[in-house]
Ligand binder design. Structure first.
Ligand code: CA
Length: 262
């Protein structure tokens, strides 16, 4: 697709509608929300299942996500956590859960706003518009570009692209999570259990899985396990990211140290 291949910044901000991933399992509520959001000029993808929503996000990251918490498949809370591991895309919760605890938990997971059901759809639209105004004209899907080793490696987590030694390539969603899981704490050993949890979101696989993903990352980055510049193996412990983060990315909007900040 043209959108995939053209540099995001070359596109005028208003050239195409902002895209919203709407995750709500109650069809009548979903269609009502869709109606109001589309009337406000947004392009809306409506999905009623947490796992399918995550697949959709991985395939085609939107500009903003509106998410219910009580969802079949993957619960809204787990969906938010999975997205926050790789992305700072704005997230608005729209849920019947209304206690302070529910709201505080959601904000701690990194959501940007929270509306409780029942809500006025006009208010939801206004909140979405307010957040996207704050995000500004920068394409929300490319708001983070992480650079390492004086630009030797540049990673765009939201679109899972990288350029390394002048070669462009793509990462799988899992490779992206594993890379961020290491690179967000450069110089610090991350144990394989922690990386496994990041890579598989708690599904039961052995830590050998992590080794496979790390090996794939090394191959894509042209890193050598015997003489690494990016990923160092620490026997009996785990892996350590050793490529120095560059202080400021090229867009001036992100710093590697923020990679896992909620
Ligand atoms: Ca629900």
């Amino acid at each position: 697709m043209e959108r995939e291949t053209r540099p995001a910044r070359a596109r005028p901000a208003a050239a195409e509608p902002r895209r919203i991933l709407l995750v709500e399992d109650e069809p009548r509520v979903r269609e009502l929300m869709r109606l109001f959001l589309e009337r406000a000029g947004f392009a809306v993808t409506g999905i009623g299942d947490g796992h399918l929503a995550l697949e959709s996000f991985d395939e085609d990251p939107p500009d903003l996500i509106v998410v219910d918490l009580g969802l079949p498949g993957l619960a809204g809370e787990a969906l938010i956590e999975a997205i926050r591991e790789v992305s700072t895309v704005p997230i608005v919760v729209a849920s019947a859960k209304r206690t302070d605890r529910d709201r505080i938990d959601a904000f701690r997971r990194g959501v940007d706003d929270y509306v409780t059901k029942p809500f006025n759809p006009v208010e939801l639209v206004a909140r979405v518009q307010a957040i996207l105004r704050r995000v500004g004209p920068i394409d929300a899907r490319s708001d983070r570009r992480l650079s390492f080793a004086d630009g030797r490696l540049v990673v765009e987590p939201m679109v899972r692209r990288f350029v390394c030694d002048g070669r462009a390539g793509r990462l799988t969603p899992t490779e992206t999570r594993v890379l961020l899981g290491m690179a967000s704490t450069p110089g610090i050993v991350v144990d394989r259990e922690r990386l496994l949890a990041i890579a598989t979101r708690g599904t039961s696989e052995t830590t050998r899985t992590v080794d496979v993903h790390v090996a794939n990352l090394r191959r894509k980055l042209g890193d050598d396990a015997a003489a690494p510049w990016a990923i160092e193996t620490v026997p009996q412990a785990g892996y350590r990211w050793i490529a120095t983060p560059d202080r400021e990315d090229r867009t001036g909007t992100a710093r590697p140290a923020e990679a896992t900040a909620p």
